[in-house]
Design a protein around this ligand. Structure first.
Ligand code: ADP
Ligand code: 5GP
Length: 185
């Protein structure tokens, strides 16, 4: 079976992080890529676990040295996928990227064999409830994320698969099935 590069995208609050954590905990063959970001850590986040938290200067240096597989700017901060990490891990593992739709589409350009999975909510009301209920952003940051929901969802048709995150464990299972199917192709 080959190793696959899997991208999970979807609007903020849909459950990407939760799903990615469960999949990588359950499946030791799947490594989660840790992105770099210039945003500040939220309460409980740890450098090198959720993200590598870096300054703008260091991020821009990484960009100029071609160190990112892709990067984008969201909500006033940079986010990027470290190229070395992904390419090294792919030699021995499947690699999961949890990135936005533009990042996913950019990865597909340089890696046509990447598998793009869009996670969508059962309804917009439920998505907004999850985003607010997470209690991790200010009202202003929640508004910025909500304003982007429609854009993220509008790119679903470019993705290889769409998975509804209604029941969390069912969504995890569906993504595990997709990974297995793609590994066997
Ligand atoms: P994202 O990484 O897409 O921004 P998170 O993984 O942080 O989203 O999830 C947002 C919130 O929704 C969290 O509080 C999480 O516990 C909750 N959540 C995730 N999946 C589900 C689900 N299937 N049903 C109900 N709540 C969920
Ligand atoms: P958050 O600040 O909520 O952790 O993430 C904000 C957005 O940045 C989410 O849509 C998330 O998927 C995206 N993101 C996280 N890491 C990366 C990355 O490396 N590249 C890109 N393009 N987007 C990312």
């Amino acid at each position: 079976m080959k190793n696959v590069l899997v991208v999970i995208s979807g609007p903020s609050g849909v459950g990407k992080g939760t799903i990615a954590r469960i999949i990588t905990e359950k499946n030791k063959n799947v490594a989660l890529s840790i992105s770099c970001t210039t945003r500040f850590p939220r309460d409980g986040e740890k450098d090198g676990r959720e993200y590598f938290f870096v300054g703008r200067d260091d991020f821009e240096k990484g960009v100029s040295e071609n160190g990112f597989l892709e990067y984008s700017e969201h909500f006033g901060n940079y986010y990027g996928t470290p190229k070395d990490f992904v390419l090294k891990r792919l030699k021995s593992n499947d690699v999961l990227l949890e990135i936005d739709v533009n990042g996913g589409l950019n990865v597909k350009k340089s890696f046509p064999e990447a598998v793009l999975i869009m996670v969508v909510p059962p309804s917009l009301e439920e998505l907004k409830a999850r985003l607010v209920g997470r209690h991790t952003e200010s009202a202003k940051d929640i508004k910025l994320r909500m304003d982007r929901i429609e854009y993220e969802l509008s790119k679903s048709s470019y993705y290889d698969y769409t998975v509804v995150n209604d029941d969390l464990h069912r969504a995890v299972e569906k993504i595990e099935e997709i990974i297995l199917k793609e590994k066997n192709k």
